[in-house]
Design a protein around this ligand. Structure first.
Ligand SMILES: CCCCCCCCC/C=C/C(=O)SCCNC(=O)CCNC(=O)[C@H](O)C(C)(C)COP(=O)(O)OP(=O)(O)OC[C@H]1O[C@@H](n2cnc3c(N)ncnc32)[C@H](O)[C@@H]1OP(=O)(O)O
Length: 296
């Protein structure tokens, strides 16, 4: 079975995301909150508030594997088609790591067809998030490098937990790779050209105080208030009539989206040829081994 079909089948039957009913939330969520489970993504929807909290739970580090990208994309698609949901907050199910970014094992020791499939999935998730009609917020309750940072940058606002261990940024150059143009554009649209150039060339991971100063996040709050703050900020975004907010969002983001749409195939080919280079494979393997050595 194709991956998308397999993941669709995995989404829990009976959830609101698929059909009619969902059980009451065991915890969190307001009155009437409903909870749906899939393997790697947990959704807590509160129809009264018009908000769904989408929680990553892909242990150990919420990396964006092909499965995770696909599952997240399907969850978001279902939420977009759910008339009771107008806003989504992205967060990690367990605090500590928002997302370790793209899954490095998807980019190491595989074949070109796999690299192409993986990169297409990364593009698709970005396109879905960056063009979403929903109001999107990120409740960043953990460390947030590279692809994790990109996820948060697709949102309309970011709330970061005040913990110096929770750094955020596009650190690709530190790995010996680089952020493609649409990662760069997403950051430029958030913090401006000069700050992005510095952040990308140096592969900076910002502490919460630094991230706030440069505008990478909108608010830094105590760790136990990240989700509640993200939800209360969401109510401000949802107080604006949807059509007016959506038209404005499209106006602001269209040029950036169009760039990727125009160069989508070339971007996949560039990724495949770059990541397949022996020198890049070596660099990634050394980086992965270093991460693994810590634990063995
Ligand atoms: C178009 C033009 C061309 C474009 C050119 C190409 C563009 C590519 C763009 C790339 C974007 C990316 O997101 S690249 C990904 C960048 N990500 C990172 O640099 C983060 C790396 N990870 C970390 O720093 C840390 O793991 C961190 C997240 C802080 C958590 O630290 P902890 O101490 O809690 O956990 P660790 O012990 O380190 O990790 C637990 C296990 O998870 C694994 N792990 C950690 N991060 C992982 C990851 N991203 N992918 C896979 N596996 C990972 C470790 O190897 C461990 O494996 P075991 O020991 O076996 O259990």
């Amino acid at each position: 079975m194709a991956l998308v079909a397999r993941v669709r089948a995995l989404l829990l039957p009976g959830s609101r995301l698929r059909g009619a009913t969902l059980g009451r939330a065991a915890n969190g969520g307001g009155a009437g909150a409903r909870r749906a489970l899939s393997h790697r993504v947990l959704v807590e929807a509160d129809p009264a508030a018009g908000v769904a909290v989408v929680k990553f739970r892909n242990p150990p580090v919420n990396s964006l594997s092909l499965e995770m990208l696909t599952e997240l994309g399907i969850c978001l698609e279902k939420l977009e088609n759910d008339k009771t949901v107008r806003g989504i907050v992205l967060t990690a199910d367990r605090p500590g790591i928002f997302s370790a970014g793209l899954d490095l094992t998807e980019m190491c020791g595989r074949n070109p067809a796999h690299y192409a499939e993986f990169w297409k999935a990364v593009q698709e998730l970005w396109l879905r998030l960056y063009q979403s009609n929903m109001a999107l917020g990120a409740a960043i309750n953990g460390t947030c490098p590279a692809g994790g940072c990109l996820l948060s940058l697709t949102c309309d606002y970011r709330i970061l937990a005040d913990n110096p261990k929770y750094t955020i940024g596009l650190n690709e150059t530190q790995l010996g790779i680089f952020a493609p143009f649409w990662f760069k554009d997403t950051m430029v649209n958030t913090i401006g050209h000069r700050a992005t150039e510095r952040a990308l060339q140096l592969g900076l991971l910002f502490t919460p105080a630094e991230a706030l100063q440069v505008g990478l996040v909108d608010q830094v709050v105590p760790e136990d208030q990240v989700q509640s703050t993200a939800l209360s900020v969401m109510s401000q975004w949802l107080a604006i009539p949807d059509h007016a907010r959506q038209l404005t969002k499209t106006m602001m983001r269209k040029a950036t989206v169009d760039q990727l749409l125009k160069h989508r195939e070339a971007d996949i080919q560039n990724f495949v040829s770059f990541i397949s280079r022996d020198s890049i494979q070596k660099v990634l393997q050394v980086y992965l081994q270093k991460l693994r050595k810590k634990n063995h």
